[in-house]
Design a protein around this ligand. Structure first.
Ligand code: BG6
Length: 484
């Protein structure tokens, strides 16, 4: 496989919150990797902008340290590091005042793609957007990038959309859900719409159910205050799992283009039925050895926020009526493993003896780690002894199939930031999509609050509370094992 780097146009990228955690961990290291890959043209500028007092030289030291800490053993040449540092600049800017704005405007180059990354709390989105106009930095070609959490309910999401819409058109707003930038998540669309094999079977006539699991081994990782106000529902389900659900369930868009894809995703979210409270299991991880419990991690012994959630969902449309979708995600689980399993129905009639048993095909799309797809097919067990059937996986691990280039796939942020520069919104959430997702989420959370619902404890290193297993057992189904 030959990797193709398509250079982007020269750009000015301003990272507001340029000294913050996201910039340090993700944005700046990702930009460096793209630089090393040769994707940044001559004349590109990356400008950190934040309240901290710093100059260009200090910012370059800050970025060098961030790269050392977060780029692992990524190999690079010294000249690449020098080259990258030379396109980095820093300006102290007050988002709520006037400081730094004239200087920032003067730094912008004419005839360049301009992108402003709002890596700051949502309360600053409006003031930043306003100042970009006041100081003459925004035109119809300007792009702004915003991160989750995009609101904490429908009301706040609408308010954020409004404050952005006061200053920018929807085609200029790039709402990041980093799951959409993951290589295998994009592969979901390639598998579904690039093959004849699957699409005819992709409906409730042939699919028994679909399972989506995003299991993490980490806890709340020092983000206790944020997480305890969010929980797995707001932190993962409303956005990342919802996006996976959309891509797996949507109708084929007419083209792989931003609005064609996003229109289809929106229809999926709108087709979601309200969820029966009995179809939801929430959990909180217990302490184990050195590792603290959820309640200790968030320093709130009374917390009723969930670090695990499993739900059974239904979509009211022709394709999926009658096929349940089981979703689960949690922290401190047995393994870091994210996958989507499409479990097909059994054959309608077996021509074999009873002993041969009943079998079904399962298509598993492994998102991380060990990206690839498995298709479980039924074959005859080799050897004598009659017709005995056994299920074997046709395993396609992308690195094995595609060679070393598949190991070097860009991380989600690399792909997404370059898409901003290219002006391609396909992998970004549209405002109405985000609002529809909150409109579905809000009543579920309101119901927990009304009933004083409490999450069930589960063991660190397990696959969640036992009740989550029962959620499927009672339907005569089983979760797939959580393993890496
Ligand atoms: C983030 C959540 O959006 O996604 C985190 O806020 C979570 O809580 C993370 O750990 C998971 O992302 P990934 O890429 O590690 O699967």
């Amino acid at each position: 496989m030959v990797s193709r780097i398509i250079p982007v146009e020269a750009f000015d990228l301003v990272v507001f919150g340029g000294t913050g955690d996201l910039a340090r961990r993700k944005i700046l290291p990702a930009l460096f990797r793209r630089y090393c890959a040769g994707q940044m043209p001559e004349g590109a500028q990356i400008i950190g902008a934040a309240r901290s007092e710093m100059d260009d030289a200090q910012f370059r030291v800050f970025v060098t340290e961030a790269i050392a800490e977060f780029n692992g053993d990524f190999p690079y040449k010294d000249e690449d590091m020098q080259g990258f540092l030379s396109i980095l600049f820093y300006i102290t800017v007050d988002a709520l005042g006037d400081r730094g704005w004239t200087e920032l405007a003067a730094k912008m180059q004419a005839d360049r793609v301009r992108a402003f990354y709002f890596s700051v709390g949502p309360s600053l989105f409006g003031p930043l957007a306003e100042r970009l106009h006041t100081y003459g930095m925004a035109d119809m070609n300007t792009r702004i990038v915003v991160e989750k959490p995009f609101g904490r309910d429908l009301e706040t999401a609408k308010e954020l959309n409004r404050s952005l819409a006061d200053h920018f058109d929807e085609h200029q707003v790039y709402r990041i859900d980093h799951y959409l930038g993951k290589e295998t998540v994009q592969n979901l669309m390639a598998i579904r719409f690039g093959n004849m094999l699957f699409e005819p079977l992709w409906n409730s006539q042939y699919v028994d159910h679909i399972q989506i699991t995003v299991a993490e081994t980490v806890g709340v990782q020092g983000r206790g205050e944020y997480y305890d106000r969010a929980g797995a529902m707001r932190d993962m389900v409303q956005n990342h799992l919802m996006q996976l659900l959309c891509l797996i369930a949507m109708e084929p868009p007419s083209r792989f283009e931003p609005d064609a894809v996003r229109d289809e995703k929106l229809k999926v979210i709108r087709a979601l039925d309200p969820v029966d409270p009995g179809d939801i299991v929430r959990g909180q991880y217990r302490a184990e050895g050195e590792r603290q419990s959820y309640l200790e991690d968030v320093e709130n012994p009374q917390s009723t926020t969930e670090s695990f959630i499993a739900l059974k969902l239904h979509l009211s449309n022709w394709r999926w009526a009658g096929t349940p979708f089981y979703l689960r995600t949690g922290k401190r689980m047995r393994a870091r493993s994210s996958e989507i399993a499409v479990v097909f129905k059994e054959t309608p009639h077996s021509i074999f003896d009873e002993e041969a048993g009943r079998h079904r095909n399962i298509l598993t799309i492994r998102l991380q780690p060990n990206e690839g797809i498995d298709l479980d097919v039924t074959i005859k067990e080799p050897g004598p002894g009659g017709m005995r059937l056994v299920d074997v996986p046709l395993d396609m691990t992308f690195t094995e199939a595609l060679g070393p280039d598949a190991e070097q796939v860009p991380d989600a942020y690399e792909r997404l930031i370059m898409d901003v520069v290219r002006g391609n919104q396909t992998l970004f959430m549209r405002g109405d999509e985000v609002e529809a997702a909150w409109a579905w989420t809000d009543p579920i959370i309101a119901d927990w609050e009304e009933r004083g619902d409490k999450p069930l404890p589960y063991d660190t290193g397990s696959s969640g509370p036992v009740d989550a297993l029962a959620l499927m057992h009672r339907d005569g189904r089983r979760w797939r094992e959580v393993r890496s």
